[in-house]
Design a protein around this ligand. Structure first.
Ligand SMILES: *Cc1c(COP(=O)(O)O)cnc(C)c1O
Length: 390
């Protein structure tokens, strides 16, 4: 299924578990550990500053809060009713086509959305967002931030992020990027909010020949804050999230995060998670990306081969992932004449041992995402598909 939170995200490598276990044996001043962890993660990810919270959605809450309050203690204490303090911004601008289930977390801080551009359905009919519309929405003293959801699919019909940042910054409004599931590519850690740098994932895909035009480096786009889930592509504790970016905003987050009794207090991370996510970022940066890129391609091929030639079934390599990441998946489509229909297949995969969860695609397809497969597991998935469909 890929790194979906409802199926528990990812598996932690041993170094992450060991770091958590070591951390569990000592007392710390939580503020000091949080600050040290932030410095280390900022350095590793080529950002000015970093903060660890309990999830990407907690990151959305804290990032929104910081954009409203800055370093003003009275403003922090007013949340989630910023409207009670005269002069505080209470609106967040978002593309209508980028509204998503988790945007509840942003609204929970006490802001309202100002939506711009066409809906997702209208984008699918060919409409796009005009930059002037975005500019007009931001031209308002009550705007705390612009929210942006990157990825090949969610950016369709939206103003490109680089232009959004230019327009917002011209008005002094910060841009928050929800990149929760945008790893791979690992270089996104420094692409959105950081200073740019090498692009190891793109280089690896170029080296194995699946993306000949991949760039060798990425620029830093200049987003004010970028948020990542710790338990998805980074393979850290599922109860962590990273907020990367501007130092003053990260400071404003830390001042209302755990252990301070303000809006971030229920989004507590313990010393175990703090040490675990540092180990996970270090491990993630040191992966053999060529081997990983090759494994994804091999796993997709194994699944496609297993179902090819079955009656009423077609199979193809698809690109990008459900989150718009540059990586392949296997798309299997099931038509009249197949042994079972798509929904029956989903039920049987879920009822099997081992239990297999895949994303549905449209009315008749499934997507098999290799990101969460351990070596050898693609064969298990392929065999199960063949058993149910043959
Ligand atoms: C997964 C996801 C989230 C939520 O991440 P958690 O760490 O589970 O809170 C938020 N936004 C997007 C775009 C996601 O893909």
């Amino acid at each position: 299924m890929g790194t979906a939170t409802r199926v528990s995200g990812s598996l932690m490598p041993d170094v992450v578990r060991d770091a958590m276990q070591r951390a569990s044996r000592a007392y710390v001043q939580l503020d000091e550990l949080q600050a040290a962890v932030g410095r280390r993660i900022a350095e590793l990810t080529r950002n000015d500053a970093a903060y660890v919270c309990s999830s990407a959605t907690a990151g959305l809450v804290l990032a929104t809060a910081a954009c409203i309050t800055g370093d003003d203690p009275e403003a922090m204490a007013s949340l989630p009713r910023p409207d009670r303090v005269p002069g505080l911004p209470t609106r967040v601008v978002i593309h209508r086509c980028q509204r998503f289930a988790y945007d509840f977390s942003i609204r929970s801080v006490g802001v309202e959305f100002v939506e711009v551009g066409p809906s997702r359905a209208e984008v699918n009919l060919g409409e796009t967002t005009r930059a002037e519309e975005l500019r007009a929405a931001i031209d308002d003293d009550g705007v705390a931030a612009v929210m942006y959801l990157p990825g090949a699919t969610s950016e369709l019909g939206a103003v490109p992020l680089s232009e959004v940042i230019k327009i917002a910054h011209a008005r002094g409004v910060p841009v928050i990027v929800d990149a929760a599931s945008q790893i791979p590519p690992i270089e996104n850690l420094w692409h959105f909010s950081g200073h740019g740098g090498p692009a190891p994932w793109a280089r690896a895909q170029k080296a194995i020949g699946v993306r000949p035009d991949a760039p060798d480096d990425v620029v830093g786009l200049g987003a004010d804050l970028a948020i990542f889930s710790g338990g998805k592509g980074l393979c850290g504790p599922a109860s962590t999230g990273l907020i990367l970016g501007r130092r003053d905003l990260i400071d404003a987050i830390a001042r209302q995060g755990n252990p301070r009794p303000l809006i971030g207090r229920p989004m507590k991370v313990g010393k175990e998670e703090l040490c675990g996510i540092v180990a996970a970022v270090e491990w993630s940066l040191g992966r053999d990306f060529e081997a990983l890129a090759r494994q994804y391609e091999d796993d997709v091929r194994i699944v496609l081969k297993a179902v090819r030639g079955l009656k009423g079934v077609t199979a193809s390599r698809s690109w990008p992932s459900e989150a718009g990441q540059p990586m392949p998946r296997a798309l299997v489509r099931i038509f009249d004449g197949a042994r079972v229909d798509r929904d029956t297949l989903l039920k049987r995969l879920d009822a099997g041992r081992p239990r297999i969860e895949v994303w549905p695609s449209g009315a008749d397809g499934i997507h098999v995402n290799p990101q969460t497969l351990e070596p050898g597991e693609a064969t298990i998935v392929g065999d199960a598909l063949r058993r149910h469909l043959a």
